[in-house]
Design a protein around this ligand. Structure first.
Ligand SMILES: Cc1cc2nc3c(=O)[nH]c(=O)nc-3n(C[C@H](O)[C@H](O)[C@H](O)COP(=O)(O)O)c2cc1C
Length: 159
C-alpha cells in the first residue's frame, strides 16, 4: 500500500479538505493526484475536473503574490507551509482558506508528494494581529472523525 492509497481511504469522509499532489514544484506542476469530496465542495468543483490540474486554478486577483512566494519557497526547501490565502470557487466567488501543506517522504528521504489540509476561514471582527494567526477563524465547525489524528499531526496549529 502506498501513502497515497492510505490517505485516499482515510480522507474520503473527512470534513476537512485534503488534497495530494506530486512533487513537481514548477509550473505546470504540482499536479493534483487526489482530492477528497470536502475539497470538491470547498472549491465548488467535481473531483473529476480537479485531478490532474495544479492547485493554482483557485487563484485570482486578490490571491497575495507575497504569500505564494513564501508557499513556493517552503515547498522547495521541503518545509511545512501554514498560511492563509484568498481563493476563488468555480462560480467566481472568493473565499479565505487556511492551508497546512507538508511534504510526504519516501523511505529513502526523497519528497514523493505534498499533502495539504485546507479549511475555509472568515475574518474575525475587531481582532488585530501581527501575522495571520488570530485574524481568521474557521467558517464552519468541524466534527471530523479524524479530529484526534489531526491533533496528533498538529494540523492548523501554529508553529
Ligand atoms: C498540496 C498543495 C496544495 C495547494 N493548495 C493550494 C490552494 O488551495 N490554493 C492556492 O492558491 N495554492 C495552492 N497551492 C500552491 C500552488 O500550487 C503553487 O505551489 C503556488 O502558487 C506557488 O507556486 P508559484 O510561485 O509557481 O505560483 C498548493 C500546493 C500544493 C503542493
Amino acid at each position: 500500500m502506498t501513502a497515497l492509497e492510505l490517505i485516499r481511504a482515510l480522507a474520503h469522509d473527512a470534513t476537512i479538505s485534503i488534497v495530494v499532489t506530486d512533487a513537481v514544484i514548477g509550473a505546470p506542476g504540482p499536479a493534483i493526484l487526489y482530492a477528497n469530496p470536502a475539497f470538491g465542495r470547498l472549491v465548488g468543483r467535481e473531483l473529476s475536473e480537479i485531478v490532474g490540474r495544479s492547485p493554482r486554478f483557485m487563484q485570482g486577483k486578490e490571491t497575495r503574490r507575497t504569500t505564494l512566494d513564501i508557499f513556493r519557497r517552503a515547498l522547495a526547501s521541503g518545509e511545512r507551509f501554514h498560511g492563509y490565502l484568498t481563493n476563488y470557487r468555480a462560480d467566481g466567488t472568493k473565499y479565505h482558506v487556511e492551508i497546512d501543506c507538508r511534504p510526504l517522504h519516501s523511505i529513502d528521504g526523497r519528497i514523493e508528494n505534498f499533502v495539504s489540509f485546507e479549511r475555509e476561514v472568515v475574518r474575525r471582527i475587531g481582532r488585530p494581529s501581527v501575522n495571520g494567526a488570530g485574524r481568521y477563524e474557521p467558517a464552519h465547525e468541524s466534527k471530523d472523525l479524524l479530529t484526534g489524528a489531526f491533533r496528533t499531526l498538529g494540523v492548523f496549529q501554529h508553529a
